[in-house]
Design a protein around this ligand. Structure first.
Ligand code: 6R9
Length: 687
């Protein structure tokens, strides 16, 4: 969904009340700091570096990089040789500073009566115990650990425990199917997985362990054995868990909530499966951190790639630590008495950086939310905000748009007087949703920060600063410190002043990804080959007359469904696995709530019928192969697909057909023009 033309904009000044206490109090101050971060990055980032504990200093240059494929392999090194530990900086140091009794996380469950909290000292103890568990299972530096969990405190404990002992975590969003999970485990060759028995999402009970079991079976079939599966007993004793297999587990002492209860059958594989609470019982509560090189890997996180195969985006310890902490501090203007809430799942990068690492590195109190915005009703967000007196709130445009549909009453029933900053991330926010967020949710007194960034960038790269940047609804505004954007034309020329083109960055910042796990060539091809000398985001952007940047959306074959990136190729290969399908093409299609959705053209094999049952079966194929969130909204019968003479599917034309737009542009390269009319005829009436 493209933002509105910048000519139609209105400017919103930073709220004066916020400005007074802000880290950056004026646009002028932002500009000065920004100039320093570009002209003298070492001085700028050394100040940040000095705020952390390092066991030993860098052994070479502070920054060493090559961004130009013509000069050799791409390489990015910040503070190489320096030793630190991100878990130590996020926990031990805060405890040493006297924050031991401060709440690190409030936990708010799916059911409003399910709640919990954990202080910095308690979190440190739990993390140490789990780090010792991992060690006792033979896991150490460089080993990959998969995590497939709902939004519970044990998820944060797991990732911090990995970081403490130098193991690399690979978190997979717990909405992915067994097959997607298996692909990711296999690519990273994970030796262990952490999961839970089940989880309630709204009124639905999901058996996460059975999804994991199936994924581990697929891995075994492909000759990779995951040795340990550590299972958190998350369901309340009211939900009866029946184990089949050899072992039996004790039930955790959860609060029993007023809610429906259901029986969950778990298969238990003795030797491989262990209960979290059993192995934790005997684990020691202290564990020395392992000192890691700044450039050692911290985690990988898979993101869709235009070829269909997901990429394991790799981040390293030192740079990611500094960048997650710094962007959190400035974008949310972090203050010690804040209660901060980012609604993103830790399975996505937003959760990694702004639920886990960024807030903890700053000693912040934040919320881990397991629920959905609509359960028990569409007022849940605002209820939680009042319950914990949330000051800074961060969510996605798709959530804002869907809540708008329920009307203002759900919001107005709650006070929301604690709110100061409202953030958005994941996709372009349309000005209508921005204005509703500002006026209705924020009572016209909060700063809105529309933060543009990517899994690959580690943290915010284009964003307003709440006390400094005058905002325009729909624009992510200006670059963060150390980020030098450029907008390029097709021929690679930089556009000076106003104009629209490819959004690229000219220099590395500490939080940029270092490689694609196991595939450095793909890293170079995807991000550095198209425009040598630049990091290419894959997004389009427009710069207006005042220098504001407006992200216009993906310009590759990725679709952004509710802020989740999917590749059209990934969806197509899922469809093609159905025995009735001869060929499939999928394109992005506008959607009023999701921003974009997936529209598929399917050519069936001869003799097959495009019935309603067939449609259901095809949608199901995508759910099973990728995950429920990837399910196409539209499927249309395509007796043939528009192709060039060389056989390439013309998705540009399919996008127009999906929208019912007959202004197709140049069709001269089509091998057979008659296909077009046929496809218009078969267009579903609700598209
Ligand atoms: C953090 C995250 C990255 C893609 C990115 C872009 C889109 C994210 C945006 C935005 C416009 C914003 N995107 N934030 N587009 N305005 N404020 O979402 O990472 O899942 O890797 O997605 O999301 O298209 O390239 P990731």
């Amino acid at each position: 969904m493209a933002a509105s033309p910048p000519e139609a904009d209105e400017i919103f000044q930073p709220p004066a009340s916020l400005q007074a206490e802000a880290h950056v109090k004026s646009f002028k101050e932002y500009e000065e700091l920004y100039q320093e971060s570009i002209n003298d990055p070492e001085t700028f980032w050394r100040r940040v570096y000095d705020g952390f504990y390092w066991k030993s200093p860098p052994t070479g240059p502070f920054l060493d990089y090559n961004f130009d494929v013509r000069k050799g392999p791409i390489s990015i090194k910040w503070m190489a040789g320096a030793q630190t530990n991100i878990c130590y900086n996020a926990l031990d140091r805060n405890v040493e500073k006297g924050l031991g009794n401060k709440i690190a996380f409030y936990w708010e469950g799916n059911y409003p009566s399910d709640q919990g909290k954990i202080t910095y000292s308690e979190l440190l103890e739990e993390v140490c115990r789990f780090a010792n568990v991992l060690k006792s299972l033979g896991i150490g530096v460089g080993d990959r650990v998969a995590i497939y969990m709902p939004m519970i405190v044990e998820l944060s404990i797991s990732l911090l425990a990995c970081a403490r002992i130098g193991a690399i975590h690979s978190i997979v969003f717990a909405g992915y199917s067994s097959e997607s999970l298996a692909d990711r485990i296999l690519d990273a060759e994970c030796c262990a997985i952490v999961t839970t028995d089940g989880v309630w999402r709204g009124n639905k009970l999901l058996n996460l362990k059975s999804i994991v079991d199936k994924a581990l079976d697929i891995c075994s079939e492909r000759k990779h054995a995951v040795k340990k599966s550590i299972v958190v007993r998350h369901l309340s004793p009211k939900d009866e868990v029946i184990l089949s297999g050899d072992a039996n587990g004790e039930m955790a002492d959860d609060a029993i909530a007023k809610r429906p209860c259901r029986t969950l059958k778990l298969h238990w594989q003795d030797g491989r499966d262990v209960w979290w609470h059993e192995v934790m019982q005997t684990a020691d509560k202290s564990c020395d951190p392992v000192w890691m090189d700044a450039e050692d890997p911290l985690f990988m996180l898979y993101t869709s790639g235009s070829t269909g195969k997901p990429k394991g985006v790799l981040h390293t310890v030192g740079g990611y630590m500094m960048y997650s902490a710094t962007t959190f501090k400035y974008t949310f203007d972090y203050q010690p008495d804040d209660v901060y809430w980012c609604t993103a799942d830790v399975g996505w990068i937003t959760g990694h950086t702004y639920v886990a690492y960024g807030p903890l590195a700053n000693g912040a109190t934040s919320i881990i939310f397991e629920g959905t915005p609509f359960y028990p009703d569409a007022g849940r967000f605002w209820e939680v905000i009042d319950k914990y007196k949330v000051t800074k709130f961060y969510t996605a445009p798709t959530a804002i748009r869907s809540l708008m549909k329920f009307g203002d009453e759900h919001v107005k029933r709650h006070k929301r007087t604690s709110l100061k900053i409202l953030g958005t991330v994941g996709e372009p926010i349309n000005p209508e949703a921005w204005l509703w967020y500002y006026h209705v949710v924020g009572n016209s007194k909060c700063a809105i920060v529309d933060t543009f960034w990517q899994t690959e960038t580690g943290g915010h790269v284009i964003t307003p600063l709440p006390g400094a940047t005058p905002t325009k609804p729909g624009s992510a505004t200006f670059p963060f410190f150390g980020i030098q954007p450029a907008i390029l034309k097709d021929d690679g020329q930089e556009i000076e002043g106003t104009g629209e083109g490819y959004l690229v960055f000219k220099k590395p910042w500490p939080g940029i990804m270092r490689t694609v796990y196991g595939d450095p060539e793909r890293f170079e091809t995807t991000y550095f080959k198209k425009f040598p000398g630049y990091y290419c985001t894959g997004d389009g952007a427009h710069r207006d007359k005042d220098g504001y940047i407006w992200i216009t959306g993906r310009i590759d074959d990725l679709v952004n469904v509710s802020g989740h990136l999917l590749s059209t190729a990934e969806v197509e290969s899922a469809l093609i696995e159905h025995p009735a399908v001869a060929e499939a093409a999928s394109v992005s299609h506008p959607h009023s709530i999701k921003g974009e959705c997936i529209y598929c053209f399917v050519t069936l094999k001869q003799g097959e019928q495009f019935t309603d049952e067939m449609k259901v079966a095809l949608k199901n194929m995508v759910r099973v192969k990728i995950g429920p969130f990837a399910q196409p909204d539209f499927l249309q019968n395509a007796p043939a697909l528009p192709k060039t003479r060389s056989g390439k599917i013309m998705r540009r034309i399919l996008r127009k057909i999906a929208r019912g737009d007959r202004d197709l542009g140049d069709t001269s390269t089509l091998a057979d023009e008659s296909v077009i009319e046929l496809l218009f005829q078969f267009r579903p009436s609700d598209a």
